[in-house]
Design a protein around this ligand. Structure first.
Ligand SMILES: Cc1cc2nc3c(=O)[nH]c(=O)nc-3n(C[C@H](O)[C@H](O)[C@H](O)COP(=O)(O)OP(=O)(O)OC[C@H]3O[C@@H](n4cnc5c(N)ncnc54)[C@H](O)[C@@H]3O)c2cc1C
Length: 375
């Protein structure tokens, strides 16, 4: 074997996992961290890019800056995964290890929605957000639709945030009354596990004249646009479409024998797959928690604890609790938070923390602390 641990994907889960193992085992960590990209971008930075609050270069965190004992980063695209032998093939060769951790996230399936064009009318990729940053400021009148093309999707509050930030932008340009904003979501409420959060968002929408269409998804987009078709058979006029594409695991995961129903089933408490020595965590795994960075990193910590304990000849008592806090931009520079617990009881629960200055600072600290820890 080439190393102790092969970590596939350097997103929220992979970066946290590599960091924990380096902290625990130092030079003995033996981590090979592989990603096809040269940099990591926080999901929420895509909203900042789309609304011109920053530029894409400023939010890229370069993997070349990772300098941790026992961690080697390889920029390679993974083309095959062999879970039986805990090995992977990349464009550059093959790698194998005692432990394999699949943390390849969730990708997008544009073919599922005619007219949804990656890097053009969606804000879930950096390139898409960057393209829309050149389009959104020119939207002064007409119908805007923030539309979700399928569930589950990453960060359920993100499209609500997009609606509120678009409202702010139209107010700033003095043309709010000439535009409509409609949010189309397959979820029945903006944040289903937390009725109080959903109520606060619906109230914010009502105050701003934003229409929420829940329980229905975007089926097709007329591009270049004048309408979107929903899966209840209705059509909405649309001059600006800000889309959330249907999600799916990467092809390399789907072809590996690890996936069932599109994602990788794992034991929700240990993140183990059915293959010995193979874990999956983050958005690629089916755990019953939302696809969000905060859940991905929480799961990664459990996997790291198990691998570190095994390296020392023991076992880890830690199991995954499925808890996490997500920050929500309410517009006007205000940030709220929802604290969710997915595995602690019979039903998921979510406690709402209303927007405050303290939460603005807390969200900044969330990003800054990860940046400092991982890079
Ligand atoms: C607009 C938006 C806002 C968001 N806001 C928040 C938020 O406020 N809070 C929050 O917690 N979450 C938020 N998220 C969600 C969050 O970004 C994801 O849930 C999180 O990144 C998942 O982490 P992960 O490690 O599972 O996957 P990812 O972070 O997606 O990492 C997967 C990695 O695998 C790599 N990869 C994939 N395929 C291959 C391959 N074949 N070869 C090599 N490498 C490959 C990718 O390059 C990627 O770096 C947001 C997402 C979006 C889109």
């Amino acid at each position: 074997m080439e190393g102790r641990v092969l970590v596939l994907g350097a997103g929220f889960a992979g970066l946290e996992l590599a960091t924990c193992l380096s902290e625990e085992l130092g030079e003995d960590a033996g981590v090979i961290l592989i990603d096809a990209n040269d940099s990591f971008v926080f999901g929420y930075s895509k909203l900042d890019v789309m609304f011109g609050r920053t530029d894409p270069e400023a939010v890229r965190l370069r993997y070349a800056d990772i300098d941790k004992p026992g961690v080697r980063f390889l920029r390679e695209r993974i083309t095959a995964i062999d879970p039986e032998n805990r090995s992977v093939t990349t464009e550059a060769g093959t790698h194998s290890a005692d432990h394999l951790v699949v943390a390849l996230g969730a990708g997008y399936d544009p073919d599922a929605t005619p007219g949804l064009i990656l890097e053009r009318n969606e804000f879930y990729s950096v390139a898409g957000a960057e393209h829309l940053a050149g389009v959104v400021p020119g939207f002064r009148e007409g119908h805007a639709v923030i539309g979700v093309c399928g569930a589950p999707y990453k960060c359920p509050p993100a499209p609500s945030e997009a609606c509120l930030l678009l409202h702010d932008q139209l107010v700033a340009s003095g043309t709010r009354e000439r535009a409509t904003i409609t949010f189309v979501s397959p979820l029945p409420t903006p944040v289903p596990p937390s009725p109080a959060t959903s109520e606060a968002l619906l109230e914010a929408f009502a105050e701003r004249g934003i229409e929420f269409r829940g329980g229905v998804r975007v089926e097709a987009v007329d591009e270049p646009g004048s309408a979107v078709r929903l899966d209840d058979g209705t059509e909405l006029p649309c001059d600006l479409f800000l889309g959330v594409p249907k999600h799916r695991a990467a092809d390399v995961v789907l072809k590996s024998g690890l996936a069932e129903d599109g994602y990788v089933p794992v034991d929700a408490r240990t993140l183990q797959t059915r293959f010995p020595g193979v874990h999956a965590c983050g958005d690629v795994a089916m755990v019953g928690v939302p696809k969000a960075g905060v859940f991905a990193e929480g799961a990664a910590r459990i996997v790291a604890a198990a691998i570190a304990a095994q390296a020392r000849g023991g076992t880890s008592p830690e199991t995954y609790a499925g808890q996490g806090s997500c920050y929500i931009e309410f517009g006007g520079g205000r940030v709220g938070r929802v604290d969710v617990d997915f595995l602690g009881g019979p039903q998921p629960t979510g406690v709402f923390q209303p927007p405050s200055d303290a939460l603005v600072a807390e969200k900044e600290h969330f990003g800054a602390s990860r940046r400092a820890r991982w890079f």
